[in-house]
Design a protein around this ligand. Structure first.
Ligand SMILES: [Cu+2]
Length: 441
């Protein structure tokens, strides 16, 4: 369980550095005049974890979401940018991925699509039943040669609107995505996550007592890929031969490492609002008894074998279905590597155990590798023990604030953890484990 003793990470962590710089300022200026004014959105948006977009309309059981298609650019870890299409929240600026729509089981959901793009687009809701479009059953569309162009009803190009309605009749984690020329439109970024919370409550993943989780430790892992030549062709209005499709970038929540571990809403990523750092506390019977929850979604074309180090997860749901037998038997299973296929969603509950129960009274002997055999990274505390900081080799900087652990979580298909050849970027994030509460972090 405890892999922290080999955990020595050296990547640039811009957000942490900034936040840390601010923390140092606060500390060092305790006698000086220093007023830290938080950004407005920092009040409403947690630094880590899922940022839900709630419906409007005033009736909580009838949430209304406006989605507007926009074009924009995202930043990639190698310094490139990619031209994208996206669903914006309401009528807001371009964002990638689309907003995380959160609703409750039984809600009558309305999604109004406003299309500003120069071709028809749509929103498909895989896993939702009896979706209506403008009041009639949503259905496929064909061109003059009777070829399928869309799996669901479209909004016309350049100003068209379509209103989808459905009842969110079962809880789970779902994608929403364009049903129109998906090999182009989904790849261009027309996708997002839909979370249906069960009747049992927002602290449950499903209507089962063994699917509870700590709501402050709920995370999204939305995995996608980009072929930059396809995006360039679309930007320039050229055709693109899908036989040449070849992803070069892979992302988590629309970002690649190191941006993946920056805060939600990091100001230098204005169109990529969702971070992917998980931050949790160790399991403790008294103060932290519940589980953390990760909602995995794969909107790409390849399997993504995500591997959170440091703990196995228990898969409790897939594709919006709790893992249970016909009589309600628990069919959840423990998993080391979360191998999520295209179009799938997996819900994984996990805890982090301080397995060796280290304390000053119970020191666990640890042989730290010699300097020649280790890399001392900026997330290393100098100690193999959670909550302990020790001296680092001279000249080694650290971002470790309080003896917390940073444990890598990465796509295990190593050819996918690159940004067009820049290795150890892309679909990699970290899980931060803080010392048990209360602490000074
Ligand atoms: Cu690994």
């Amino acid at each position: 369980m405890n892999t922290a003793r080999t955990q020595t990470v050296a990547v640039s962590l811009r957000s942490r550095r900034r936040r840390l710089a601010a923390a140092f300022l606060v500390v060092s200026s305790s006698l000086a005049v220093f007023t830290h004014v938080p950004r407005a959105e920092a009040v409403a948006t947690p630094n880590v974890g899922i940022v839900c977009t709630e419906g409007t309309g005033g009736d909580p059981s009838h949430p209304i979401f406006d989605l507007t298609t926009k074009t924009g650019y995202i930043s990639l870890p190698d310094g490139n940018t990619a031209f994208m299409w996206g669903y914006s929240a309401g009528f807001g600026d371009f964002q990638h991925p689309g907003p995380v729509l959160c609703v409750n089981e039984g809600d009558a959901v309305t999604v109004i699509l406003h299309n500003t793009l120069a071709e028809p687009v749509s929103v498909a809701f895989p896993g939702q039943n009896e979706v209506l479009a403008d009041g009639v059953p949503a259905g496929p569309e064909y061109d003059a040669q009777n070829r399928l162009t869309s799996s669901t009803t479209t909004a016309d190009a350049s100003g068209g609107t379509v209103t989808y309605t459905f009842t969110a009749d079962h809880p789970g984690t779902f994608l929403y995505e364009s049903g129109t020329h998906p090999e182009k439109q989904v790849q261009m970024g027309l996708f997002g996550a839909l979370i249906v919370r069960p009747a049992a409550g927002a602290d449950h993943a499903y209507n089962r007592a063994d699917t509870t989780f700590d709501q402050t430790e709920e995370f999204m892992v939305l995995l996608s890929e980009i072929d930059p030549y396809q995006h360039q062709a679309v930007e320039q209005g050229k055709s693109f031969n899908m036989n040449n499709y070849h992803p070069r970038y892979w992302l988590i929540n629309g970002r690649g490492l190191p941006d993946s571990i920056a805060d939600n809403g990091a100001e230098w990523l204005p169109s990529q609002p969702y971070g992917a750092l998980a931050q949790i506390y160790p399991y403790d019977d008294a103060v932290h008894p519940d589980y953390s929850l990760a909602r995995y979604l794969n909107v790409g074309t390849e399997d993504y074998p995500m591997h959170p180090h440091g703990n196995n997860g228990r898969v409790i749901g897939r594709d919006g279905n709790p893992l249970e037998g016909p009589g309600g038997e628990d069919l959840s299973f423990e998993k080391f590597d979360i191998n999520i296929g295209p179009g799938q969603t997996w819900d994984v509950r996990f805890r982090w155990y301080d397995a060796e129960d280290y304390s000053v009274a119970n020191p666990v002997p640890v042989t730290v590798p010699s300097l020649a055999n280790s890399v001392i990274g900026t997330f290393y505390s100098g100690s193999p023990y959670l909550g302990t900081k020790e001296a680092l080799p001279q000249g080694t900087p650290t971002l470790n604030q309080c003896g917390e652990y940073y444990i890598i979580s990465h796509n295990h298909a190593l050819f996918q953890i690159t940004s067009w050849g820049v290795t150890m970027t892309g679909p990699i994030t970290y899980m931060r484990i803080d010392p048990p509460q209360p602490n000074q972090c």
